[in-house]
Ligand binder design. Sequence first.
Ligand code: CAA
Length: 382
Amino acid sequence: MPDFALTEEQRSLQDLARKFARTEMAPRAAECDRLGRFPEEVMRKAWELGLMNLNIPAEYGGSGLGLVDQCLIVEELAHACAGMTTSVIANCLALEPILLGGSEEQRRSVLSSFCSSYHLASFCLTEPGGGSDAGALQTRARRDGDHYVLDGEKCFITNGPHASLYTVFATTDPALRHKGICAFYVPRDTEGVTPGKEEEKMGHRASSTSTVRFERARVPVAQRLGAEGDGFSIAMRTLDQTRTPIGALATGIAQAALDHAAAYSLKRQTFGKPIAEHQAIQIKLANMAQDVHAARLLTWNAAWEIDQGRKGTLESSIAKCYASDAAMRVADEAIQVFGGYGYMKDYPVEKLLRDAKLAQIYEGSNEIQRIVIARELLRPYA
Ligand code: CAA
């Protein structure tokens, strides 16, 4: 039975993240959103404070935090700006395959460098021809002696233009589907590796997203993670770990929307009283609060399951799916509470709706999450 009474250490992590979010992220959030600016200075400060690389064990110089701890941090950061948060946590996603599939030597050489100085890494799975059907990826890995030659294009890559290392999923033979997929780590300065232009996005505009092209990029066999054909399982197990923090990110967006709506409802007057005194608004706020609580508890539950050493495939998909759908509902209602002002960019709530939308799409769309949930829940009955 999970016990969610936070320890003193967890409270101080939460305080650290909250303070950082309020002093460094929130003041820049609207400007970065407007300009689509990637705040390198915020990223570097997050690294200095140990708020990046949260999943890297202490033996490699990382924070070595459990998933519940990570979720506490991510929620606080996302309350200030989901886009910046996506970029801050992208290293966790990109480096998890090395933790899961790498040899001790690979882990030590790659992970330690991310902890000793500021670097970004990107997770390269999705391709222009399809994202949901990860087993059908087309990027080729042709064996040539003690190298593989990579050819293909990845898209929607978080931190793509800024990363110094990519974890890349490529197939030795597309006809083998998931059984042909291999995982590699590929330094950005490898010949034939080119990040493309940054995408102009609806939300998460402080986060940088691009394509990454591989053209006859020669990658030593020593940079393959696990055995040939292990790549799909490494990708899926990575996503089992990282979908839960997306639940936390969505909870942060939802909590921010509720906070703004509640504060505004006490100030804004109609019919001679604050709108918070009208039942129509109270019902909205009560529904929003239920969504925020449920999102947080489902996220903590998934994180706790995984911290106990269990796979957490079902729980992490439930958390990611519920929390991101909840964030959309809560942000939508927050705009409604603000009325016309909520629709204007001078107020903070329309950004929350645009940011919440991505949480329903990335790290596996919520349609994919429902497929995963259904498969997992049916398993015991088969
Ligand atoms: N852990 C370990 N193994 C797993 C697994 C898991 N969670 N899920 C599946 N597998 C294994 C299966 O056991 C099976 O193994 P065997 O061959 O030994 O039987 C194999 O993988 C194939 O599994 P499926 O038959 O279930 O595969 P599928 O083709 O039906 O697809 C899917 C499964 C869940 C739909 C998968 O394709 C998927 O997750 N798609 C979504 C991809 C995704 O989330 N992309 C996000 C990219 S990252 C991103 O967005 C972040 C960013 O940068 C912004």
